[in-house]
Ligand binder design. Sequence first.
Ligand code: GTP
Ligand code: MG
Length: 198
Amino acid sequence: MRITNAQFLTSVSTGKLPEYSQEIAVVGRSNVGKSSFINFLCDNGKLARTSSTPGRTRLINYFDINKGQFTLVDLPGYGFARVSDDEKIKWGQIIENYLQNSPNLKHVFIIVDIKVDSSPLDLQMLNYLNSYSIPYTVIANKADKLPKSQIPKQVSKIATHFKLGIGNVYVVSSFKKTGKEKVLERIEQIITTTNDFE
Ligand code: GTP
Ligand code: MG
């Protein structure tokens, strides 16, 4: 699988969602690198807006990949402390409305920070996806922040925290652009597999 074309489609908030083919949604805590991950996969630093300030992505942004082959969906992050309670509730609603009502949601990538081995909010997301039978994959981003020798131990901690096998945690650095091949292989599997519950 190669990504040869990536284009912004639209942004939406709550309410009726558009229907694009084979949506893969990217979720995770604020500032973990969701938008950077999309740019890294698509080899386009300007596709999704990123920022060193948490809370950059406030809407659901859809990106067409390879002219209709599949769709990447960038969601707002959860767990950003410095927003008002009203805004937290609104972002929660945007995320939940999307996960519950998106007609073509095929898979979720949960982006986590490789340096953080346990996050209650990520665990909550994973349990949520399990309870709605939404398939997901955990991506540990920011691998450049750890010495190579520490990566296996850290992946094992993350896998244990989420009760997953270590093979189900994909290590990337959106910054150093490492780990892309395995993620693209995973995407290939995802978009060529029919979900059992369909
Ligand atoms: P929100 O939209 O606010 O939820 O954030 P986000 O998850 O989309 O994160 P974003 O992609 O905007 O990146 C947040 C910060 O993390 C930026 O300063 C990025 O440069 C940085 N970042 C993203 N990926 C990596 C990475 O692989 N390594 C390092 N060191 N920094 C990264
Ligand atoms: Mg973002």
